[in-house]
Design a protein around this ligand. Sequence first.
Ligand code: MEV
Length: 417
Amino acid sequence: MSSRIPGFYKLSIEERLKKVAEFSGLSDDEIRAVLNQGLPLDVADRMIENVIGTFEMPLGIATNFLIDGKDYLIPMVIEEPSVVAAASNAARMARESGGFTTDYTGSVMIGQIQVTKLADPVSAKFEVLRHRDEIIEKANECDPMLVNLGGGCKDVEVRVVDTIMGKMLIVHLVVDVKDAMGANAVNTMCEKVAPFVERITGGRVYLRIISNLASYRLARAKAVFDKDVIGGEEVVEGIMLAYAFAAADPYRCATHNKGIMNGISALMIATGNDFRAVEAGAHSYASLGGYKPLTTYEVDRKGNLVGTIEVPMAVGVIGGATKVNPLAKISLKILGVKTAEELARVAAALGLAQNFAALRALATEGIQRGHMELHARNLAIMAGASGEEVDKVVEVMVREGKIRLDYAKEVLEGLRS
Ligand code: MEV
């Protein structure tokens, strides 16, 4: 089935869910769980401490995504209007020239062991590297299942870092975590090998923790946006100027990258992933060598816009809330992904789509019209409009530039009489 569903936004919630259920093969129970916002209290109570309830957010579906030749409906949990519509719109334009192509460097995370109180840190570094194989072996004793799947600790890296508290030895365990986000596996390994590292270095270990700068776990995506599809040469130039602005100015770049994360984090929340970890990874990766955009844009020989993204993507489809929260499981089913790799690839494509949509809007009419239209829709519904009345009331409010509840009521009365 195609993810290109024209007029999806005009359907009722039930009609939309029916289409999504057909696309993804959701069962009646799963449909009910989505409609009933199904995170049971007893499950919530086991997820964190001091639970007093659950907190709902809208779950929307971005349509039109064609990624590596496969159609995706992308679940997004976000409080901000226009984000889901913008992603769907960008994906519609990208699919005209074949959609998104992606790449992934593997599910490799870094765990850090901080060795302090060393008189001779360079000699300690030598000792750690000399015992590399033993360290890997000890780390891999923690998780035979992961090792069986082809994952586990693969390498050891060591740096001497100069700090305000003197020189420290920072040992990295390089771990292939396969389909998990990886924090549990990596942290356990770091804690396990720390006493051995103390023994061979003569130092004192304090921190043993994963790094969220997942620079070995990069997801990449690329899309060509046909100039005629996106509005012509002027739009291409406007987007190039917007990109140049972000690349030159960290104040703009923060907002540029924030827009990317609007999409990625919404997918992370929908799938029960640790969105703070992904945010931390994205911004720290962007700051290596000076804070830069996570996306790039170029104009090809035909004058079309070529966008790319490269972003660390520490995501999982097993462990954590992905399997505990029933809605996260359903989101993964809607998405139709079974591996962390595929989720990472989709997330990168979504981030690129989100960024392209924001730059196109900003470089042309601005983003407020879309926001105001949505606001006007809400007001029309609050005023009592239903069905086709909603579109008509919105049209008048936007045309007249009067987006207020009292005016929505006035327009509705006028329509009905
Ligand atoms: C708003 O949430 C995101 C944008 O500000 C992103 C951007 O400016 O590129 C529209």
